[in-house]
Design a protein around this ligand. Sequence first.
Ligand SMILES: Nc1ncnc2c1ncn2[C@@H]1O[C@H](COP(=O)(O)OP(=O)(O)OP(=O)(O)O)[C@@H](O)[C@H]1O
Length: 257
Amino acid sequence: MQDSSAGISCRALTKTWPGGVHAVAGFDADFAAGQTTALIGPSGCGKSTLLRLVAGLDLPDGGQVRINGLDPAHQRRRGAISIAFQDPSLLPWLSAAQNVALAQKLARQHADPGKVAHLLRLVGLEGFAATRPAALSGGMRQRAAIARALVTAPQVLLLDEPFGAVDELTRRQLAQDLPPLWQAQGTTALLVTHSLAEAVWLADRILVLSPRPARIIADIAVPLPRPRRPGLADSPAFRRIEAEARAALSAPASACP
Ligand SMILES: Nc1ncnc2c1ncn2[C@@H]1O[C@H](COP(=O)(O)OP(=O)(O)OP(=O)(O)O)[C@@H](O)[C@H]1O
């Protein structure tokens, strides 16, 4: 496990893709250590771009990201950041278990087959540890990628629509089982989702983003008890937060600063 959790700061972040697409312009936000934040916003508004900048996978044209005061690419290289994107990039010649175990090796952690097996069990891949990615379904590959992201107990966890290809029942199970794991280890998590209910369920805070370029149009606290219990999603408090996020999301783009 990493020694501590890490806060994230984004200052005046700007990213214009080739072709002149302004994905992010002057984005400012701080993410407290150990908190889980959901980013929601219209398709193409720049959410994935933001995650890639926070991960240090792409460089901003202006502004900066700091993770515990340090450069994100440096933090990623030392294994402090884990990422699970929509399109899981598993190594095709390794089994599911070997893909997960490789993350520990790359983060220079001791091999821990018990932890690998535990995570595969948690994501419902117990019987598929020896299976290679080509023989897994899309949803199974996504779950293997989530296990791989969690196995190093990262300081920062970036999830881009992590349950996108996962069936509804499994999705609920994962949403129940996984957050307590990363929250217990103090991980700072940023996740992109298109589901408002999922955002409220998973997060401590929801940032609603404007159409491109991504700007914050609502910053909503989610002060619901943890661990989330079945039935919570039917509670008035849950519904109120979901309605607040929906209203912000459907506000006319002209309301954006
Ligand atoms: N590598 C790239 N090269 C050029 N343009 C890009 C690149 N990545 C993203 N874009 C553009 O930047 C804009 C924002 O894309 P991004 O993927 O960040 O949005 P998003 O909010 O995550 O979308 P979605 O919710 O549909 O996944 C889009 O117009 C997209 O076409």
